[in-house]
Design a protein around this ligand. Structure first.
Ligand code: ATP
Length: 352
């Protein structure tokens, strides 16, 4: 069998980014020898608020080119609250990457590993198992680079919904549902916003191509309630950028918190994988950050690389995480446990 080489850009970023990325790379280094005909080349790039402080650009063009050239990107976390553009916004090169590489589909799997991780009563492993598919290139975030008019008493942010943007994200949602429990919920606000009426129409047009999949639409406010009262009703949730941003944090909250939420931002032939959380500067450098979301993001990346051996490696990582987390004592402090970043990774590595 010929050897397949994958070039992975590694962007540790800011805050806890470096320490959690280091753990994911340890997992990758451990699992690589099991993949006899796959080799990885890791290309480290400095991106983020720290890079801005050093060189004046949070996403240097050399790093951007390295990401474009790579087969996939593994990113830690970016941004620091006290490093901002003159207009007050935080540096967010991860959003620039999404937009410039047209990574339109944000996949955020949410899975409960142990009942005691959820603030909700009566949950058991796997009783919360859903996938948020977040449109990542338009929606309300499309206004983020708008210039503010100095001294104006009014500021508007536009929620952009295009047919192209809707069609491609809705198709991803239905394709993902075909691999799961075959149910897609569009999360929208068509009782108020014309853009959401449009989103809804396109959703039900595309639903006709997937007769095996149950399709429904739910207002975003009701969806927030259902996520807390009855999360099992959801399989795949597809939504615009800002709703997806907010619901992702809520959904992470019902399975233990941000440290448990992996993500993949996918385009047609490029992808960035990163934990759904930010750089958590309040706990950086203390060896207490939860690396599970990043390790699960690595597993998503291996699955996406779509080689039989990387798919098998992804399963191995997911199974190792399941096996470690079935003991509720195996938790970092954010989830009420005592394990350090490194020691929970050691346990996962032992199970590979
Ligand atoms: P962003 O807007 O970039 O997503 P944020 O400001 O919403 O970032 P996060 O950095 O995601 O905030 O984290 C919020 C808080 O959650 C952190 O301050 C930290 O205490 C906690 N947290 C986030 N990720 C982790 C993690 N991996 N391990 C432990 N605690 C975490």
């Amino acid at each position: 069998m010929t050897t397949t080489h994958f070039n992975i850009a590694i962007l540790p970023g800011d805050g806890i980014g470096e320490e959690i990325t280091e753990q994911a790379v340890r997992v990758l280094n451990t699992i690589e020898p099991y993949m006899e005909s796959v080799k990885f080349h890791l290309d480290y790039q400095s991106v983020g608020a720290g890079e801005f402080l050093l060189n004046g650009d949070p996403l240097p063009s050399s790093a951007f080119e390295a990401c474009k050239k790579a087969d996939a990107v593994l990113l830690g976390a970016m941004g620091l609250p006290n490093v901002r553009w003159p207009d007050g916004r935080e540096m967010a090169p991860q959003l620039d990457l999404r937009e410039q590489m047209d990574l339109y589909a944000g996949l955020r799997p949410i899975y409960l590993y142990h009942g005691s991780d959820s603030p909700l009563k009566g949950q058991s492993p796997g009783s919360i198992d859903l996938l948020i598919v977040r449109e990542s290139t338009e929606g309300l975030f499309s206004s983020r680079l708008n210039e503010r008019i100095p001294n104006a008493d009014e500021v508007r942010d536009t929620l952009l919904i295009t047919r192209k943007g809707c069609e491609r994200i809705i198709k991803v949602a239905f394709e993902e549902a075909m691999k799961r429990r075959k149910k897609v919920s569009l999360i929208e606000k068509s009782n108020v916003l014309p853009s959401m009426v449009f989103f809804n129409e396109i959703f039900f047009e595309i639903a006709k191509d997937y007769p095996e999949v149950e399709a429904n639409s739910v207002y975003v406010d009701a969806a927030s309630l259902f996520l807390v009262k009855d999360p099992a009703r959801f399989d795949v949730m597809v939504t615009e950028n800002m709703f997806g941003d907010i619901l992702s944090d809520l959904a992470a909250g019902i399975v233990g918190g941000m440290g448990m939420a992996p993500s993949g931002d996918l385009g047609e032939d490029a992808a960035v994988f990163q934990p759904a959380h930010g750089s958590a500067p309040d706990i950086a450098g203390q060896n207490i950050a939860n690396p599970v979301a990043t390790i699960l993001s690595l597993a998503l990346m291996l699955e996406w690389l779509d080689h039989p051996q990387t798919i098998q490696a992804a399963r191995r990582i997911q199974n190792a995480v399941v096996s470690v987390l079935q003991n509720p004592d195996n938790r970092t402090p954010d989830m009420g446990g005592k394990l350090s970043t490194v020691s929970i990774t050691d346990l996962i590595i032992d199970q590979l």
